[in-house]
Write a protein that binds this ligand. Structure first.
Ligand code: HPA
Ligand code: ZN
Length: 353
């Protein structure tokens, strides 16, 4: 028996990760070494940037989503070459593999790079290579999602969406979905109706961050105005029982990020993440790391934290992992494979935990 049987059981489950920003996997150590290599000057008027250690300490004191985003955007300014992006994503996929991730749908923020002079093709070349390598060497199936920054004018988002290279990446299938992220409050989903209509016409999968800090009305707007089939975060759903019923009925999946919610102060403790309420209401959800280098853990740490807070039984874990597989944007064959793997793992662990 392993020393920590529950952690080992959770590790063995064939998990799908649906909410990870690749730029959010940039650790302070890598950030500092890339900044030195690429001759990027980090802010000198903020003592958090004195060393990787002081930055790690600052990450423990985020006060809100916007406070985190300030550091997130500065951090990624150290990424310059295609191999910087590839190494970053590869580092994430290795962690994901060690944590037992079987399928990973990963976000990136094109505008956070193009607005500082990095070519879209550089970013996609690096992230795309790492995805291919993860498939080949780690057996993880992957899907790249380009997120749009909702704090920027919607016309800027449309402009990059229509850029020739961006369109090429959609048509070739390198990027297969779009999302919406960054500051949430005061930047409601309905601002992006035209963008999502065009993405839908291209056959792209659609998701959006909604109901992380902002109210449940952002979730209904994302569903009705953007036509998304998935909601990222979505924890404010519990404040709208009618909408919660509809989401459960439609099997719309939420991508919940427990450690992120605590670190960004959307909730006080993991116990306040509405895991039990979502389970009781029959809402499908997956558990994810969001920005693992900033929030103190990769996917398995999130699973363990949820287990410790809610003392879930094997049946409940089965239903969470199954919802993650069924809610994934991979092929039906891949879903069958992962469901069979889930049943094998459950059989192996029967009576042991
Ligand atoms: N919310 C919004 N935007 C983000 C996040 C998040 O949790 N992480 C990275 N960009
Ligand atoms: Zn996110």
């Amino acid at each position: 028996m392993p020393a920590h049987p529950i952690r080992e059981f959770l590790r063995c489950l064939p998990k799908c990760e649906h909410h990870i920003h690749l730029e959010g996997a940039l650790t302070p150590d890598v950030l500092f070494s890339l900044a030195a290599k690429n001759q990027i000057t980090l802010p000198q008027n903020d003592e958090a940037f004195e060393s990787p250690t002081s930055l790690i300490e600052r990450y423990k004191r985020f006060t809100s989503l916007d406070d985190f985003l300030h550091y997130y955007y500065i951090g990624m300014s150290a990424l310059v070459t295609a191999s910087d992006f590839e190494d970053l994503a590869w580092d994430y996929f290795q962690h994901a593999s060690a944590d037992g991730v079987a399928h990973a749908e990963v976000f990136f923020d094109p505008q956070a790079h193009t607005t500082r002079g990095i070519k879209y093709t550089t970013v996609v070349e690096g992230f795309g290579k790492a995805c291919k390598r993860a498939e080949k060497e780690l057996g993880i199936t992957t899907l790249l999602t380009s997120c749009f920054l909702r704090h920027l004018p919607p016309k800027d988002c449309l402009e990059i969406f229509e850029d020739e290279e961006v369109q090429k990446s959609y048509k070739s299938g390198v990027v297969r979905a779009i999302g919406l992220d960054s500051s949430e409050k005061d930047f409601p989903p309905e601002n992006f109706t035209e963008l999502y209509r065009k993405a839908k016409d291209l056959g792209l999968k659609l998701t959006a961050h909604a109901g992380e800090e902002a109210p449940a009305s952002y979730i209904s707007s994302a569903l009705h105005n953007l036509g998304v089939t998935r909601i990222d975060h979505g924890i404010q759903l519990i404040n709208d029982p009618q909408l919660m019923k509809k989401i459960a009925l439609d099997k719309t999946m939420l991508t919940v990020c427990p450690l992120s919610n605590v670190v960004l102060r959307c909730v006080d403790t993991i116990k306040d993440v509405p895991i039990r309420k979502l389970l009781d209401a029959g809402v499908q959800f997956s558990i994810n790391s969001d920005d693992p280098a900033y929030f103190g853990g990769y996917i398995l740490d999130n699973y363990v934290a949820v287990h410790e807070a809610f003392d879930l039984n094997v049946k409940e874990w089965e239903s969470i992992v199954k919802a993650g597989i069924e809610g994934s944007w991979c092929s039906a064959e891949r879903k069958d494979e992962l469901l069979q793997r889930l049943h094998r793992v459950l059989a192996e662990w029967k009576g042991k935990i």
